[in-house]
Design a protein around this ligand. Structure first.
Ligand code: HAM
Length: 422
């Protein structure tokens, strides 16, 4: 027997009616981003591998363990993008956007790939919607991104949100902090997982992000970066919090918040949702500043800040049923017999050209079956055409909400339908 064909583990099909809920969520997000001045950027789904290794960091879980990397036929190493920021920065530099405008605001959407342990809210192919603001150093811009997200999530029906913020400092703050971490973790070296033992030498900050329980316990007592922030980082963070306060955004500072990607400097933030039983995967959006990345990638020093939201997690945390996002049908055309169907085919097309949502049964189905289908589609009007109606140049128009029907002349049908739909 042939093997049952299945989707790749951790990668999901998105089918109706769930796709209707997704579409609403994506539409609302795009509209919100555009209201805030972000324009869409689409980059390829694959990039040359070094882009991610250099930007995300070679000691991160994403680069060390989770990337889908393969050689293409030209024997160059390619990677399915695990996130969107690196590609945006690459495109920004490749097209010299920095020479064309002082501030760039891009948004993007699409699938990302990480070989993670698949569970509810965590997948190997997942969708992100993200925004990047390049060229702005002022902390008000990250506060604006957070209020944009909070407003969007509320619009989508989420009210149990938590905004968590922290500062991971700038390059000037890091050496002393790094030294403090090495000093703290070295006596515990034997208790750390093999990855963290390596991280202790390469990038001790990454130990703070380790998911292994024994490492987490030790990391809980580690010094926090807040104690090592210099005056510039402190001032920036205070300005950011002041802006959040001015916008009325309640937030919590978690000095132990770290992010899984190396490029962050200064402000980092996450938005958590308590609705929709996401369990541990309740971070629906995360982001922060990466003021050093563009220069590291060969561009001029350019401050930048952005975030990405996980579409699956957002959709799971919205309580409304997917069916409630499926719009009702405007008109169901029930034709009985071939000549009637041919006439209805033409009528349906005329109505659709006028913007009406119409479904027509092409198979020779009974009237009962057709009315059942119209009911299922929540059709607002049903038009019935049989041989008799056709001979008289008429159709039966039924108002499903009122349960009333009447005969209408064929040439008056479009106007009668428009009137019924309101
Ligand atoms: P991230 O925290 O790795 O950041 O991902 C952002 C969001 O994507 C997460 O909060 C989560 O909702 C979703 N997500 C991540 N991994 C998975 C997964 N395996 N399954 C389902 N959802 C997932 C970034 O990717 C950064 N590029 C964000 C950013 C933009 N920072 C600055 N600019």
């Amino acid at each position: 027997m042939s093997e049952q064909l299945q989707a790749v583990k951790g990668m999901n099909d998105l089918l109706p009616p769930d796709s209707a809920k997704w579409s609403r969520v994506e539409g609302a997000a795009r509209a919100a981003f555009e209201r805030h001045g972000y324009a869409e950027a689409r980059t390829p789904i694959v990039e040359y591998t070094p882009l991610f290794v250099r930007s995300i960091g070679d000691a991160t879980d994403v680069v060390e363990k989770e990337m889908y990397t393969f050689d293409d036929r030209d024997e160059r190493s390619l990677t399915l993008r695990p996130e969107g920021t690196a590609s945006c920065v690459r495109a920004y530099l490749e097209h010299s956007i920095h020479k064309k405008e002082p501030v760039t605001r891009w948004y993007y959407s699409g699938p990302m790939f990480r070989h993670e342990r698949a569970q509810r809210g965590r997948y190997r192919q997942f969708y992100q919607l993200g925004c990047e603001a390049l060229g702005v150093a002022e902390p008000t811009v990250e506060a604006e991104q957070i209020v944009m997200l909070v407003d969007l999530f509320r619009e989508l029906g989420l009210d149990d949100l938590e905004v968590v913020v922290n500062s991971v400092g700038g390059p000037d703050d890091r050496p002393a902090y790094r030294a403090a971490l090495v000093e703290y973790f070295t006596p515990h070296k034997a208790e750390l997982c093999p990855d963290c033992q390596r991280r202790l030498e390469r990038n001790p900050l990454r130990i703070l992000d380790c998911k292994v329980e024994s490492c987490r316990k030790i990391a809980a007592g580690a010094p926090t970066l807040q104690q090592f922030l210099g005056p510039a980082s402190r001032e920036h963070f205070a300005g950011f919090r002041e802006a959040l306060g001015a916008l009325g955004i309640a937030h919590r500072v978690n000095e132990r918040l770290v992010r899984g990607l190396d490029y962050y400097t200064g402000t980092i933030y996450e938005i958590l949702s308590a609705s929709g039983d996401l369990g541990a995967q309740n971070t629906i959006a995360g982001g922060g500043r990466y003021d050093g990345l563009i220069a590291e990638m060969g561009g001029p020093p350019t401050p930048a800040v952005g975030f990405a939201l996980g579409v699956e997690r957002l959709v799971l945390s919205i309580p409304a049923e997917p069916e409630s996002y499926v719009p009702p049908l405007d008109v169901y055309l029930a034709a009985l017999g071939r000549p009637a169907r041919l006439a209805c085919l033409k009528t349906a097309q005329e109505l659709r050209r006028a913007g009406v949502r119409v479904e027509l049964e092409h198979r020779a189905a009974s009237m009962k079956a057709q009315l059942k289908r119209a009911d299922k589609l929540r059709a607002r009007a049903v038009v019935i055409v049989g041989d008799d109606e056709l001979a008289r140049g008429e159709a039966v128009l039924r108002d499903m909400a009122k349960g009333e029907q009447r005969n209408v002349k064929a040439d008056e049908l479009p106007a009668a339908i428009r009137a019924l739909l309101g």
